[in-house]
Design a protein around this ligand. Structure first.
Ligand SMILES: Cc1cc(C)[n+](CCc2c[nH]cn2)c(C)c1
Ligand SMILES: [Zn+2]
Length: 259
C-alpha cells in the first residue's frame, strides 16, 4: 500500500481506498458555520473546560513523516465542558500548516482557513487503560484545536521552531533539555470554543474524537511558521500543506459556549 500523505497521488482524496471510514458519518475536520452552531449553556456552561498540565522537564520531538510531534511524558489532564465526568490525559501535540499563510488549518470558520492548527491529543483515562486502547473508542479521545495566525512569536513554541532544523528528515527524533508548559500553548481565552463529535484527521481516521476548537487564535512569528515549512516529509518533500480539507458535517450539530 502506497504510504498515505498529502500529495496528489496519496493525499486526502485517495485515503478512502485504504481507509473506507474516510467517508464516514463523523469525520474531521469540518467547516464551522458559526451561525449554525448551537449555544449550549447547560452541558458546557455548568462545568467549565479545565486543563491541569504538568510542565515537561525535557522536550521529546519527533518528525513522524507527516507532522512534527511532541511526545508528552508528564501527567496532564483535561476535564469538563463536553467531557462529562471523564478525565482525558494529554498524550502528544503536533501541528498542520500550509506552504503559505493563507492556508494550513484543518478546521475552517465560515470558510476561513488559518495558517496553521495545533492539536493537543488526549485519551480517556477514566474509561481506558492506554492511548492505544482508547484510540478506536467513540469516547476515546479529546483533541484541542488551536488556530495559528502570523504575528508575534510564541515563546513557548520556540523550543519546537528553534529545533526544526535538526529534525529535518522523517523519523528524526531529539530530546531537548528544557522545560515546556503545554498550558502556555493555549489561547488566553479558553472559555469560548466550538465542540462536536469527529475523528482523527489522518489515517486511520478513527471516529473517536471529541473535538474542542478554540475561537481565539494564537500568534506565531513568520520565522516560526517558516521553520515548520522547512521540515521534510517521508517522501523527501518539504512538509507543507499537511492538512485535510473539511469533511461533510452529515447529521451532526456543532455546539458553542459563547453567544
Ligand atoms: C493511532 C493514531 C495515529 C495518528 C496518525 N494519530 C494522529 C491523527 C491526527 C492528527 N491530527 C488529528 N488526528 C493519532 C492521534 C492516533
Ligand atoms: Zn492533527
Amino acid at each position: 500500500m502506497a504510504h498515505w500523505g498529502y500529495m496528489t497521488t496519496n493525499g486526502p482524496s485517495t485515503w478512502g481506498k485504504d481507509f473506507p471510514i474516510a467517508n464516514g458519518e463523523r469525520q474531521s475536520p469540518i467547516d464551522i458555520v458559526t451561525t449554525a452552531a448551537e449555544y449550549d449553556s447547560d452541558v458546557l456552561g455548568s462545568n467549565a473546560l479545565s486543563t491541569n498540565y504538568t510542565p515537561e522537564s525535557e522536550v521529546k520531538l519527533v518528525n513522524n513523516g507527516h507532522s512534527i510531534m511532541c511526545q508528552i511524558t508528564k501527567k496532564g489532564v483535561l476535564t469538563g465542558g463536553p467531557l462529562g465526568k471523564d478525565e482525558y490525559r494529554l498524550e502528544q501535540f503536533h501541528l498542520h500548516w500550509g506552504a503559505e499563510d493563507n492556508r494550513g488549518s484543518e478546521h475552517t470558520v465560515d470558510g476561513k482557513m488559518y495558517a496553521s492548527e495545533l492539536h493537543l491529543v488526549h485519551w480517556n483515562a477514566s474509561k481506558y487503560s492506554s492511548f492505544a486502547d482508547a484510540v478506536q473508542k467513540p469516547d476515546g479521545l479529546a483533541v484541542l484545536g488551536i488556530f495559528i495566525t502570523p504575528g508575534v512569536a510564541c515563546n513557548q513554541f520556540k523550543v519546537i521552531s528553534d529545533n526544526c532544523g535538526k529534525l529535518k528528515t522523517s523519523g528524526a527524533e531529539m530530546t531537548v533539555d528544557t522545560t515546556l508548559d503545554p498550558t502556555l500553548l493555549l489561547p488566553s481565552n479558553t472559555s469560548d470554543y466550538w465542540t462536536y463529535l469527529g475523528s482523527l484527521t489522518t489515517p486511520p481516521l478513527f471516529e473517536s474524537v471529541t473535538w474542542i476548537v478554540f475561537k481565539e487564535p494564537v500568534e506565531y512569528s513568520k520565522e516560526q511558521l517558516l521553520a515548520l515549512r522547512n521540515l521534510v516529509d517521508s517522501d523527501g518533500n518539504h512538509m507543507q500543506d499537511n492538512y485535510r480539507p473539511p469533511a461533510a458535517l452529515k447529521q451532526r450539530k456543532v455546539k458553542k459556549t459563547f453567544t
